[in-house]
Design a protein around this ligand. Structure first.
Ligand code: ADP
Ligand code: MG
Length: 319
């Protein structure tokens, strides 16, 4: 069991970045409208994610830490019909097997509860205050997996990766207020009042962005895209989200890039955020636990949907 968790941990948690991603996605799944992320020493020292989501019942808390004990799958078919970000039910089990871990949670009108696990050891329950929401604290990540720990020569590189993810996540989830603090310094804030455009402006540092949205055959698209005042040499400010989850999708990136053809020379790229909501059974998030790629069915339809909407919006803006 313990070994199985550690093997799974290697799959789900390659790096501190994955911890941040899994915890924030859990918070979003729980309907949080506020998430705070605290990171110390590259996330190896500590990652703490606090949300105001619906919380976990005290009696359900132990189960949340068990492998495959997800509240998000009711039967085998649900694995292929994922309404929420997570479905594997192994992130918390995996993370708690390779860290000094605690989860504290409280649901409205119930008592709070906390469970601590040190590097996969015996869980211990602790009473906790009745503050609605959930806090997960992950310390000394990989302290019991020296081989993995060796990878982290540079905390600052990991912190940059985490900071970028949190920023992108905030653009793709404009309904969630988000705060990030790294090594005691508040490094990023997206307030509740900031919509997708305001957040994209903050994250891309480009002012000349326009918003557009569209719906077609059950697909819903929102985007914020650059009027190309600034041209970049890398695609790294093309932010893609599918069902509220930050993903890597070369096809959607390409749909954006080709919409700019004639406006931007080859080898340069616009800033753009694309948030797509599709029927959950049109997306297979089951590709790889630690990867941010998804497999979209109807990828061609999605390509032209994104491409045409961005192109039309640019045309409207006089380009
Ligand atoms: P999954 O997200 O795939 O279900 P996890 O291991 O990430 O698996 O989480 C296990 C379970 O713990 C979730 O299904 C959910 O019920 C509960 N949970 C985890 N994080 C939170 C949170 N922040 N708020 C409420 N419930 C949570
Ligand atoms: Mg999860």
């Amino acid at each position: 069991e313990d070994v199985a968790n550690m093997v799974a941990a290697g799959e789900v948690v390659e790096r501190p970045f994955n911890v941040v991603k899994e915890l924030m996605e859990n918070s979003a799944d729980a309907g949080a409208t506020r998430i705070s992320v605290v990171v110390e020493n590259g996330g190896v020292g500590m990652v703490r994610v606090t949300d105001n989501g619906r919380g976990i019942l005290p009696d359900d808390l132990p189960a949340a830490l068990q492998r495959f004990a997800t509240s998000k799958i009711k039967n085998a078919d649900d694995v292929y019909n994922v309404k929420t970000f997570g479905f594997r039910g192994e992130a918390l089990a995996a993370i708690s097997s390779v860290s000094d871990f605690s989860i504290r949670s409280c649901r409205k009108d119930y008592d709070g509860a906390e469970i601590r696990i040190k590097h996969g050891g015996t869980p211990s329950g602790v009473p906790a205050p009745a503050i609605e929401g959930t806090t997960v604290e992950v310390r000394s990540l990989f302290a019991n997996v020296p081989a993995r720990l060796k990878f982290f020569k540079s905390f600052s590189a990991e912190e940059r990766e985490i900071a970028k993810f949190v920023r992108f996540f905030s653009v793709i989830n404009p309904n969630i207020a988000i705060e990030l603090s790294i090594n005691g310094k508040n490094t990023y804030t997206a307030t509740a009042g900031m919509d997708m455009t305001a957040r994209a402006v903050q994250v891309t540092r480009e002012k000349d962005l326009v918003y557009g949205e569209s719906e077609y055959e059950g697909m819903k698209l929102s985007f914020v895209t650059s009027l190309a005042t600034v041209q970049r040499y890398r695609k790294d400010m093309i932010i893609v989200g599918v069902n509220g989850r930050v993903v890597k999708d070369p096809s959607i990136v390409q749909a954006v890039v080709t919409a700019y053809h004639r406006m931007i020379p080859d080898g340069k790229f616009p800033a753009c955020a694309v948030s797509l909501h599709v029927d959950p059974d049109k997306v297979d998030v089951n590709v790889h636990p630690a990867k941010t790629t998804v497999k979209l069915l109807d990828a061609r339809d999605i390509f032209s949907f994104v491409h045409h909407n961005i192109k039309n919006r640019l045309d409207d803006a006089g380009h």
